[in-house]
Design a protein around this ligand. Structure first.
Ligand SMILES: Cc1cc2nc3c(=O)[nH]c(=O)nc-3n(C[C@H](O)[C@H](O)[C@H](O)COP(=O)(O)O)c2cc1C
Length: 195
């Protein structure tokens, strides 16, 4: 479909789905663009979802945003940005499995990588990028050398399963995710493909 008509037809499709009683969870409708962009994310508690949406906003909203649990078919996209929340120094099992299964489709399309972590509230630096991007997400996805970023995220214990919330009982909730930082990364990724 012509991307210029995607926005309008997307809304029409949404209306039809609502009428048919098939409306699902929140869907992100991208702005029109020449190339098709997607941001794929994996989250437990939502900070990586927000980072993904804000990265797309930094790209003037042209990227569709997918939770990996939707199991999206990304073969029709020109460029894909991939990011995951970090627990125990790794992205979620769902993202790891998806990257392994769709490696051939994703590899030539990956234009950016990101991770969202706690890092004990400390600022992130080259060490976190090396551990979480170069030695983890880049290897899992097979990405070439592309722009990447590690963001500080959030802890919201009310969004965790009871066992995890119990494990985190000694820690206070925090929110270190910054929308301007996410948007700046989106702009960086876009300009790396369209200099
Ligand atoms: C059980 C658990 C384990 C975590 N493990 C790590 C870790 O190994 N390294 C790290 O930097 N942050 C860790 N974090 C912090 C998360 O990466 C951070 O809260 C992030 O924003 C979660 O993203 P999400 O809201 O998208 O799930 C952990 C958080 C939880 C609850």
């Amino acid at each position: 479909m012509d991307r210029r008509h995607f926005f309008a037809s997307g809304l029409a499709g949404l209306g039809a789905a609502v009428l048919a009683g098939k409306a699902g969870a929140m869907k992100f409708y991208p702005m029109p663009s020449e190339k098709k962009w997607a941001v794929l994310y994996a989250t437990w508690c939502g900070s990586t979802r927000d980072a993904a949406a804000w990265i797309s906003e930094g790209m003037a909203g042209i990227a569709d945003v997918f939770d990996v649990r939707e199991n999206p078919d990304l073969s029709g996209f020109d460029h894909v940005v991939i990011g995951g929340a970090i627990r125990m120094a790794a992205v979620s099992p769902e993202l790891r499995a998806y990257l392994q299964k769709h490696r051939d489709v994703l590899k030539p399309r990956i234009a950016g990588l990101f991770a969202v972590c706690g890092n004990m509230g400390r600022p992130v630096g080259p060490e976190q990028k090396e551990i979480l991007i170069d030695n983890h997400l880049a290897k899992l996805s097979g990405a070439a050398l592309v722009p990447s970023h590690v963001f500080l995220g959030r802890v919201t214990k009310s969004l965790m399963d009871p066992e995890t919330a119990q494990r985190m009982a000694a820690f206070d909730d925090y929110d270190n995710l910054k929308r301007p930082e996410c948007m700046a990364f989106g702009a960086e990724v876009l300009s790396s493909v369209n200099p």
